[in-house]
Design a protein around this ligand. Structure first.
Ligand SMILES: Cc1cc2nc3c(=O)[nH]c(=O)nc-3n(C[C@H](O)[C@H](O)[C@H](O)COP(=O)(O)O)c2cc1C
Length: 171
């Protein structure tokens, strides 16, 4: 099985998180790609994928993801297992918290992917998010808030990566 993380970042936070995820899984086990420099056709090479995306500009997709947004619709995720990480600011942008993660999930799930890495919404304070599961008790992936809850990031990341490692094997 092969694993890669694809990320986009404007001010560096998502890039830093992606590096930490790679460190968790090990550089030999997990490739890392900035979507600004990488063709999405690379996705076909991997069985297990983590997509990391921040939300910008009141519920919008980060600029490098936006450049390739339509390309995602041409990818085949049949047989692939996918997890998501979304970065956002729950106090500053409480109506759109990590929306882009939900928007990316909603494009990829119907294309055949098995989704893992759901994460409890407890412990965050926000009004609305497009990244919630139907029961609104979980996010569809890991929500990271470097603006308001940076002190929680390391524990969240380690716990989520451990969870996803198990779920990747089970999927
Ligand atoms: C102008 C601006 C708009 C933002 N809009 C949102 C938003 O709509 N929803 C959200 O959850 N976070 C929003 N954020 C917070 C960013 O997602 C957050 O700072 C994130 O860590 C940035 O990731 P990056 O450094 O990888 O680009 C916004 C930040 C700025 C400065």
């Amino acid at each position: 099985m092969s694993l890669a993380i694809f990320y986009g970042t404007t001010t560096g936070n998502t890039g830093d998180i992606a590096v930490k995820v790679q460190e968790f899984f090990g550089a030999n086990e997990c490739e890392i790609f900035d979507v600004k420099d990488t063709s999405l056709s690379q996705v076909a090479t991997y069985d297990q994928l983590i997509f990391a995306i921040p939300t910008w500009d009141y519920g919008e997709v980060q600029e490098d993801w936006l450049e390739i947004w339509d390309e995602v619709d041409n990818l085949d995720f049949t047989g692939k297992t996918v997890a998501f990480i979304g970065l956002g600011d729950q106090y500053g942008y409480a109506e759109w918290f990590v929306d882009a993660m939900g928007m990316l999930h909603d494009k990829i799930k119907p294309r055949g992917a098995t989704i893992v890495g759901h994460w409890p919404a407890q412990g965050y304070e926000f009004d609305e998010s497009k990244a919630l599961t139907a029961d609104k008790k979980h996010f569809i992936g890991l929500a990271i808030d470097e603006d308001c809850q940076r002190e929680l990031t390391e524990d969240r990341l380690n716990e989520w990566c451990s969870q996803v490692m198990v779920e990747f094997v089970a999927a």
